[in-house]
Design a protein around this ligand. Sequence first.
Ligand code: ADP
Length: 439
Amino acid sequence: MGGFFKKLKKHFFSTQFLPFLFLGLLIVIQIAFNWLLLPDKLLAMILSGFLIIFWLGTAIFVINLIDTSSRLDLERNQINAMIRSIEDPAISYSNDFEIILVNPAMERFSGLSRKELIGKIIKPELSNDSRYGFFTKLIFPSLAPTVLERSADIYPQKIKVKFDEPKELTLEIVTTKVIDEKGNVFGFLKVIHDLTKEEVLQKTQKDFITVAAHQLRTPLSGLSWVFELLAKKEIGPLTLEQEQAVAQGKNAITESLKTVEDLLSAAQIEEGKFGFQFTVTDLSQIIEDVFTKFEPLAQKDNLKLIFYRPNFKLEPFVMDPMRVKLVLEILVDNAIKYNVKNGEVRVKIAPLPNKPFVSISVEDTGMGISQEDMSKLFTKFFRAKKAMEEEVSGIGLGLYLAKNIIEHHGGKIWAQSVAGRGSTFTFTLPLDPAYIPPQ
Ligand code: ADP
């Protein structure tokens, strides 16, 4: 009853309750007449009681109805306000594709006014209509000229499409189901992200990086050659100080050249121009070559490079030897860079049970990787904060390249780590070339 009086207080002067107040007034007048005109006061009392109970009973019912409808109105207004305030174009429509809401951004984007849209039922046939064609393709994105990406059939559903007309556009259309408390779907909400500008910007950035890297490669190679001559004392003898300076310069140039090569490889991978050359290769030999290359670097921190030779017969198998070597170089380089003094780097090869694959793991005893950073490994330009503090060289492209190379071989790559204890990077390669995906 307390709830009823609260609601009554809230809606007493509302327009919906006004007719009911009028009915109340009529009942009061009726009661007054009963008292004045009926000689039988007991009958007048019974009638008055009946009228009061009738008014109260219906009042409870009506006030609950008014309360629910005003709450729904409030919710609808809130949703309306939310959709209107979204800066991206947004629409909501019912199960039978009747447009319910559009925001101003959608009106601008589609070139159609609210009046033309609200209440209109959009059908796929309208996709050829000169006025509604573009809008229809937003509602049914699979009718767009090019579908670039499509998420699985789960909601919110994302679909990336490209239009050439009315102008070049790349859009991500996100569709969400509108459901009631019981889980019944009574419509959909679509929000459109215009990715056109972002894509142009990204392409410009990529082109700039590629051009800059290309331009840097020739002079850096020239410089590297000059430092090589100096280091070999082919130009003339060097004092001890000069020798040290030349060694430092040589290292810096080698690092820069590596960065430039990584940037060019990443650009090639993204454009699908990273040509692979597969041939039958001895994996153990590659590992030995990589160890020979990194031995001097490992010695600086008194690190032990240990190769656990396979304890099974590993015949040479098909791979791109240059690229697999690059993967091992990246992993061994990291295992040295992010290690502790007097630590170890262990490389192991093992067959995968019941599968024509081998796994190669590179284990270190270094700083490890935090749980939080684990999910970001293998993404472009990712470097952990701790790694950046302790090791300045590197731009976070190595693992990204390694992942791409291994996946082009039909293998997988992953990492396990205990922060402060060390990390193990493992990748797999197929022994049977039938498992190498078509390039
Ligand atoms: P870079 O070494 O040039 O930064 P990578 O792509 O090879 O780029 O590695 C990305 C990041 O992953 C590193 O910056 C580091 O934070 C982390 N990482 C890679 N390998 C290891 C490792 N063996 N131990 C700890 N952290 C590592």
